[in-house]
Write a protein that binds this ligand. Structure first.
Ligand SMILES: O=C(O)CCC(=O)C(=O)O
Length: 298
């Protein structure tokens, strides 16, 4: 292990990662209780870090966001904090529509095993696409985008966070990797058009580019809902190999994450230390905006 690569990684130890591919309904109270039960189940099965899907407390759809939105301190984060503490796990609590003054954000909150909130991420790239005859979706109709990147510190090392469409923007994962994260984790909810095309490919791409673990956690597919999630929650290792995945049904996907794999991958194929920042600059240095957008390059 070269010193240069070692110093870029935060102190880290192996952990068991669990992705809860939750069956989400239109009933918020039920979703919260069900998510709570599944977090505890993952904890009983030995998980150290548990992840929920994007928009786990409401159906996914721009029309639902205003109806289900709640303040940051509300029933959803109360449940998440309690569940993290009861299960004794780090919890990357999916996302929910957060009402903040007169705007709605797609918000991810993360907790330590004592139930303290240790990070929030507001989806930075809103899902606005139009594939004629297939899917049209415009999150920006009701949501406001976040303006900063988020990495959390855990006893297992640093973890970078994004939400779904954020996965398509490679800079986010690259910044996280260069800031010493061992994994990039995305609660997400791809669909039946882009899911089969890109869901796994994007995760493998982010993993192989950055030589880090990448995981994405989807809701289970509900064919009676308006939006049919792709499912297939997946964990990819730093070599780009899928080490755990699923179909579209409710399940919990588990894998062991070993930060040593990040180090050895970077040693065998030393991209990490071969970057030519003298030619194109270091994205981790140039992208450093706070929640107000200060620091953004003009
Ligand atoms: O990027 C995609 O294809 C899907 C993104 C998405 O569903 C989302 O951001 O919620």
């Amino acid at each position: 292990m070269s010193t240069a690569a070692q110093t870029m990684l935060s102190p880290a130890s192996p952990f068991k990662l669990a992705l809860v591919q939750l069956a989400v309904t239109a009933e918020k109270t039920h979703n919260l209780k069900h998510a709570h039960d599944k977090i505890l189940e993952a904890g009983r099965n030995g998980a150290n870090v548990v992840v929920l899907p994007e928009c786990f407390n409401s159906p996914y759809g721009t029309n639902y966001f205003p109806e289900y939105a709640e303040p940051l301190q509300g029933p959803t984060t109360t449940m998440l904090s309690q569940a993290a503490k009861e299960a004794g796990v780090y919890l990357i609590g999916g996302s929910f529509p957060e009402k903040k003054d007169d705007i709605i954000l797609n918000t991810l909150t993360a907790y330590d095993p004592q139930g303290n909130m240790i990070g929030t991420h507001h989806k930075v790239h809103l899902f606005d696409i139009d594939i004629p005859g297939k899917i049209t979706f415009k999150e920006s109709d009701t949501l406001t985008a976040g303006a900063s990147l988020t990495q959390i510190e855990t006893e297992y090392g640093k973890i970078g966070l994004g939400i779904c469409y954020d996965m398509r923007f490679p800079e986010m994962a690259t910044v996280a990797a260069r800031k010493g994260c061992v994994a990039m984790i995305y609660p997400g909810a791809f669909n039946m058009t882009t899911g089969p095309l890109h869901w796994e490919l994007l995760q493998r791409a982010r993993a192989v580019d950055n030589q880090m673990y990448v995981a994405a956690c989807s809701p289970a597919r509900d064919t009676s809902a308006n939006y049919h999630a792709w499912g297939h929650s997946t964990i990819v290792d730093p070599k780009g190999v899928v080490i755990a995945t699923s179909d579209e049904n409710e399940t919990i996907v588990y894998a062991d994450v070993d930060p040593e794999q990040v180090q050895s991958t970077r040693e065998f194929i030393p991209l990490y230390n071969q970057r030519r920042f003298d030619i194109y600059g270091d994205v981790a240095e140039t992208v450093n905006v706070d929640s107000q957008g200060n620091g953004r390059k003009k």
